[in-house]
Design a protein around this ligand. Structure first.
Ligand code: AMP
Length: 215
């Protein structure tokens, strides 16, 4: 399948994407994970992106588009892809449209995960992430803590609160979402690709997507 996952930070795009990869071998492409990996590895990309990310701002479009243009041409994308956190602005959506037309790739749909703001705030402040850039497993101190406190179940690396998940950065990220990313809902509606889902739980979302795709 070839999907865009839209929704505010904390709406569950990453969790849904991980569940969907198990269905048909489509790959999850998370620009947030790619950027966090680059920051940890200390690459040029990471150095350029870090300050924007820590403040809860978007990284400039040209950096993201450079990453995505290469990523979409990697062989593992042939079985399908789940775009998690990209596009985030109208110029990114326009550029993606051009890239896909050039590569002769057709999207199935853009799934918008609708989640109330209170739920988002609670999820983000209680979320913890494995700091190993190759793992980045997600936990929640209330609903899904790691078996050993502070240690990833999957790889044993420290499980930490992301720098951009302090209350101040979260509030900034939600404002950025409303200003820059929410307009994509209208963009994909016009394109005839929008599928709006009430994202109460990730299993519900996965089932809705499967039904819609006729699987
Ligand atoms: P995420 O994990 O998707 O919430 O992304 C974490 C941070 O990475 C965001 O707050 C942005 O600073 C940056 N980021 C991720 N994806 C994008 C994107 N498509 N465009 C611009 N910045 C992005």
């Amino acid at each position: 399948m070839r999907l865009i996952l839209l929704g505010a930070p904390g709406a569950g795009k990453g969790t849904v994407a991980k569940l969907l990869t198990k269905l048909d071998g489509s790959v999850q492409i998370s620009t947030g994970d790619i950027l966090r990996g680059a920051v940890q590895a200390g690459t040029d990309l990471g150095k350029q992106a870090k300050a924007y990310m820590d403040r809860g701002d978007l990284v400039p479009d040209d950096l993201i588009l450079g990453i995505m243009e290469k990523r979409l041409q990697e062989p593992d994308c042939q079985k399908g892809f789940l775009l998690d956190g990209f596009p985030r602005t109208i110029p990114q959506a326009e550029a993606l449209k051009g890239m896909l037309a050039k590569l002769k790739i057709r999207l199935d749909m853009a799934v918008n995960l609708n989640v109330p703001r209170e739920v988002i705030l609670d999820r983000l402040t209680t979320r913890r992430t494995c700091e190993n850039p190759k793992c980045q497993a997600i936990y929640n101190v209330k609903s899904m803590p790691p078996k050993v406190a502070g240690k990833c179940d999957k790889c044993g690396s420290p499980v930490v609160q992301r720098a951009d998940e302090t209350e101040e950065a979260i509030s900034k990220r939600l404002d950025t979402y409303n200003d820059k990313t929410a307009p994509l809902i209208g963009f994909y509606k016009k394109e005839g690709l929008l599928f709006d889902v009430n994202a109460t739980s990730s299993d519900v979302v996965v089932n809705e997507i499967k039904k819609k795709l006729g699987q």
